[in-house]
Design a protein around this ligand. Structure first.
Ligand code: ZN
Length: 375
């Protein structure tokens, strides 16, 4: 099975040339809708854009399978790119794609989109038997995965998913990314004049400091767990015993249940110290994202491995400490792993992409679809 290199290269350049900042992806979405309709897919744009004040929603497309019993596949990539992203001019030098140095390339994440479009075309043109294929191109990933957060999970019609949005050469799969909590703590003490009657006050800053130093550990707690105190503020003036102090803890763990225990244990520890010192503690845990926690022997991993092996792309299973759309897809109950696309030096004007990685990424997706259709 073959892909059309000239076509995908031109299409990648076309896709990154359209301005596509977060929350203003309409031009790109319109172009994709037009392409997907021309390919004969069932296409829709959802209302996530309306919910976040953007110019368009997520673009969805569906191709019914022609093999009974084959797993339904879901491929996802985000449309938006980080600034400066408008006016991208692609320069091809020694087999590597760059911008002209004034913008990001936008390979994050247009390489994912281009690869998926090319793969579906290759499957259609070569009459490769396949199961259901669903595509979802999201908005506003770069500003907190807002597109995926605001999609309707009922729109997902697939058994397993691939999010094409990590660096490294095609063949690399991430099956593990942390669940994340941001826990907002407010310590309330009692104000008093610092010089005249400090003994009548309860210093919230000191209580917060005591509570934080009582934590058993911070930073990297173990191979799969981290805990960071990233923000702290408190007090109203130098001559007042501080009435209030606030801090935020970011904690992440690949194992969702373990993170739940760490969260409860951390809150308990801080509460104990604050209350022993006569303060009051308010806690607001906000779940930042669910975990990617797909077993090594899950079909989603095995298909990606088999496809990589067939194409002689070096397969590697990795973990990441970061969050992506894939986390939220997993949270919706879709077993979803991340596929490496070759994107490099992302979020900088030096962003680049090897031409061969663009092609390999498309071949990999095509092969995943092909072998899924064999089962
Ligand atoms: Zn990305």
């Amino acid at each position: 099975m073959m892909i059309n290199k000239t076509r995908i290269l031109n299409e990648f350049i076309e896709l990154v040339s359209v301005p596509c900042p977060s929350k203003d992806e309409k031009a790109e979405a319109d172009l994709l809708v037009q392409k997907l309709q021309a390919m004969g897919l069932e296409v829709k744009v959802d209302d996530a854009g309306r919910k976040i004040g953007g110019t368009t929603g997520n673009v969805w497309a569906f191709l019914s399978g022609n093999v009974e019993g084959a797993a339904g596949l879901f491929f996802e990539a985000h449309m938006d790119s980080v600034p400066p992203t408008t006016g991208t001019k692609v320069v091809l030098r020694d087999g590597v794609l760059y911008s002209d140095g004034t913008t990001t390339l936008g390979g994050d994440d247009k390489v994912g989109i281009a690869a998926v479009l090319e793969a579906v075309r290759a499957v259609q043109e070569q009459n490769i038997p396949h199961g259901d294929i669903q595509l979802c191109f999201t908005i506003a990933e770069e500003i907190g995965c807002l597109g995926v957060v605001n999609l309707d999970p009922k729109d997902i019609r697939a058994d397993l998913g691939y999010c094409l949005d990590i660096g490294g050469a095609p063949g690399i799969v991430t099956n593990s990314a942390p669940r994340l909590f941001d826990i907002y703590f407010t310590v309330k003490g009692k104000s008093a004049h610092a010089g005249i009657e400090p003994e009548k006050g309860i210093n919230a800053i000191m209580l917060a400091a005591k509570a934080l130093t009582a934590l058993p550990a911070y930073g990297r707690l173990d191979e799969e767990t981290t805990l960071n105190i990233g923000q702290i503020e408190g007090g109203a003036a130098t001559n007042i015993v501080a009435e209030q102090a606030k801090f935020v803890i970011d904690m992440r763990c690949m194992d969702p249940d373990k993170l739940e225990r760490l969260k409860n244990e951390t809150i308990r520890c801080i509460r104990e110290v604050v209350e022993a010192g006569g303060g009051i503690l308010e806690v607001d845990p906000v779940e930042g994202c669910p975990a990617v926690h797909v077993a090594e022997d899950h079909t989603a991993v095995l298909l990606a491995k088999q496809a990589a092996d067939n194409l002689q792309l070096p397969f590697e299973l990795t973990k990441t400490g970061g969050c992506s759309d894939g986390n939220f897809l997993c949270g919706y109950g879709l077993p979803c792993v991340l596929l490496a696309t070759g994107m490099n030096k992302v979020h900088t004007t030096e962003e680049c992409l090897r031409e061969c990685d663009l092609y390999d990424c498309a071949r990999w997706v095509t092969e995943i679809i092909r072998i899924t259709g064999e089962k």
